[in-house]
Design a protein around this ligand. Structure first.
Ligand code: MN
Length: 319
């Protein structure tokens, strides 16, 4: 998914705070953005203060919202390079189509992982006659240099490992935690967890002190490392922690993201994750010129998106 209205600002990992080696508790307000044809969502990454948590480079939280009487989520065909997209639903359904020919309906508790590698294109939409509400997350993972030109792939995981103990349930979306490993194929040291807490629960999640972490509440409210959190604020936790203390009076659900500091500069514009301005500009121009390598999505009832040219297009025209 991506913004469809006015483009975001370009995002360079070099112009935000570096990875914090010591524990930190930086509150980052998510900003409102528009997804597809008019759905308001909250974008927590990239933020001005923080572009990356490990290789996690994008975090959208959409809903919970009613889509009854509307066409719901509709994001027309658009390309990606240099990343993996992770779709995780709490309510509702989304139909994914891509240029590899994949057509996949995703429901809550399932995971879609699309690996663009060198290039892919896809569309996402609420299925006709689908559920009346939608709530979920879309995340992007930057691919490291060694993998960013790999062949594109799409994987759907109908079930993920979950560990439940004393009112807390942890689902491993990516990476490994609590002795369980996600089947999702990722390419750098990272973790993504969905954490559900019943009212009146507290827990300590073990962390890797070499990872930096952030946590975003999707439902309810909780305290994390002593900070009270509700939906709409990402708490960046830095590195060097061995545990994360969580508590919730009224019950909560959250996503915890972590990873080894990515260590490569990342430049993002529109749906592209790259390294240089030239690469981004070339990809925009190629998509708009319908270059074959970016793929074609079949079966979406609507227009493909047009790539907005980056601000450096006028200064630095690619051939
Ligand atoms: Mn997308």
């Amino acid at each position: 998914m991506s913004n469809y209205g006015p483009p975001d600002q370009p995002s360079s990992s070099e112009d935000s705070d570096p990875s914090t080696a010591a524990p930190s508790a930086q509150r980052i307000p998510a900003r409102t953005a528009e997804l597809g044809e008019g759905m308001q969502i909250r974008r927590a990454l990239p933020a001005r203060e923080r572009r990356l948590i490990g290789a996690w480079c994008f975090l959208d939280h959409f809903g919970p919202t009613s889509i009854a009487g509307t066409r719901g989520l509709r994001v027309g065909p658009h390309p990606h390079i240099g990343l993996q997209t992770v779709t995780w639903l709490i309510e509702g359904e989304v139909l994914h189509r891509d240029s590899l020919g994949s057509v996949q309906l995703i429901k809550p508790a399932e995971l879609n992982l699309m690996t663009s590698g060198r290039a892919i294109s896809h569309s996402e939409e609420s299925p006709s006659r689908g559920p009346p509400r939608i709530h979920g997350l879309q995340l992007w993972i930057a691919l490291p240099q060694a993998n960013r030109f790999m062949a594109p792939a799409f994987d759907h995981y109908p079930a993920l490992p979950t560990v439940a103990r004393s009112g807390v349930s942890v689902t491993v979306l990516a990476g490994e935690a609590l002795g369980e490993r996600s089947p999702a194929a990722t390419h750098s040291a990272l973790v993504g967890l969905d954490v559900q807490m019943e009212p009146g629960c507290a827990t300590q999640l073990p962390l890797d002190p070499g990872f930096e972490y952030g946590i975003l509440v999707t439902q309810g409210a909780l305290s994390a490392a002593g900070e009270r959190l509700e939906p709409g604020t990402l708490l960046y936790l830095g590195r060097g922690r061995r545990v994360l203390v969580l508590g919730s009076d009224a019950g909560a659900r959250a996503v915890l993201l972590g990873g080894e500091p990515f260590g490569e500069p990342v430049l993002m514009w529109w749906n592209f994750v790259a390294r240089t301005q030239d690469e981004i500009l070339q990809a925009c121009q190629d998509w708009n010129a319908r270059a074959d390598y970016l793929g074609e999505v079949r079966g979406y009832d609507g227009d493909r998106l047009t790539a907005p040219l980056p601000p450096w297009a006028a200064v630095h025209p690619a051939s």
